[in-house]
Write a protein that binds this ligand. Structure first.
Ligand code: ADP
Ligand code: MG
Length: 279
């Protein structure tokens, strides 16, 4: 679905030595239907990478292909932007129209979709994010989580194959976050390729594959199950490892026979209780 080969990128490439570039020798293949998370500290190049994936930025060196087509080919750019949707961090910055319905319609205006099909796509997209019935509402009256779901609906209406969520939950309250994570999971289950950029290790473990970025490079790229046993390594790159995961690793190290993978305190307590209640 996506192929990144030997990509180097910097915003002012003439002015910086290679070791300071935002992206350094990135190689990455993403297959259709994958659910990949990208985790890394601030400034590690995650957002820059996401913008290269749909041709908003072009590599200074190397190449990015979407469905086999090069982002550097201007004539393929429309196709690529339609294939790879981006959802950003701040829901307020993504709203463009005075009503929910018009907001979803906005991206479609340029795709040359018929009125009938437009209506259908808008309805399906709003349905998918749980905003059906809110067509005439004014977006600025929505909660942060609802706005973010509206932004997702706008992307869905364009029927992309891939959606990149760039810290799309980080400005939301717990309920908004939960709703958006639920939608991400559902979309992936229905076949959308998901790339979920986050600096929450908890969220990263929801994916099947985790890519760890730091200093402009991919440091690790492995199944989430393989990252879990070495999760404490994330601290090396300045990432927060959740308390439940740290405690769990500590207890395993002391020979406590707990489950192999625990990501919430609730599960840890339940499992500790089970362990301690055995005879
Ligand atoms: P992340 O999303 O992981 O926090 P970014 O991709 O935003 O990282 O940033 C990577 C590097 O590129 C940082 O050094 C950052 O300062 C720089 N950078 C990001 N956006 C811009 C921009 N629009 N112009 C110039 N430099 C930028
Ligand atoms: Mg970022």
């Amino acid at each position: 679905m996506i192929q990144v080969k030997g990509v180097w990128f910097h915003y002012q490439p003439e002015e910086a030595p290679r070791k300071d570039w935002a992206l350094q020798d990135i190689n990455l293949t993403i297959m259709p239907g994958e659910y990949v998370s990208v985790i890394g500290p601030n400034g590690s190049g995650k957002s820059t990478l996401s913008r290269l994936l749909n041709g908003l930025l072009l590599p200074v060196e190397g190449e990015v292909r979407v469905g086999g087509r090069l982002t550097a080919n201007t004539q393929d750019l429309w196709y690529i932007r339609q294939q790879v949707g981006l959802v950003f961090q701040n829901p307020d910055n993504q709203i463009v129209a005075p009503t929910v319905q018009d907001d979803v319609a906005f991206g479609l205006e340029n795709l040359g979709v018929s009125r009938e099909e437009m209506k259908e796509r808008i309805r399906d997209a709003l349905e998918a994010v749980g905003l059906a019935g809110m067509e005439q509402r004014e977006p600025h009256h929505l909660s942060g989580g609802q706005k973010q779901r509206l932004a997702i609906a706008g992307i869905l209406a364009m029927q992309p194959k891939v959606i990149v969520f760039d810290e799309a939950t980080s400005m939301l309250d717990p309920q908004g976050r939960k709703d958006v994570l639920g939608i991400i999971r559902q979309l992936n289950e229905k076949g959308t390729t998901v790339i979920h950029i986050t600096h929450s290790a908890n969220e990263a473990f929801l994916a099947k594959r985790v890519i760890v970025m730091a200093e402009g490079r991919i440091q690790l790229d492995l199944p989430a199950d393989e990252l879990y046993p070495i999760a404490l390594i994330l601290e090396k790159w300045g990432l927060d490892v959740p308390l439940a995961v740290r405690l769990h690793h500590r207890l395993l190290g002391h020979g406590w026979h707990l489950r192999e993978r625990i990501t919430s305190l609730e599960d840890l307590v339940t499992d500790l209780w089970r362990f301690l209640s055995k005879d």
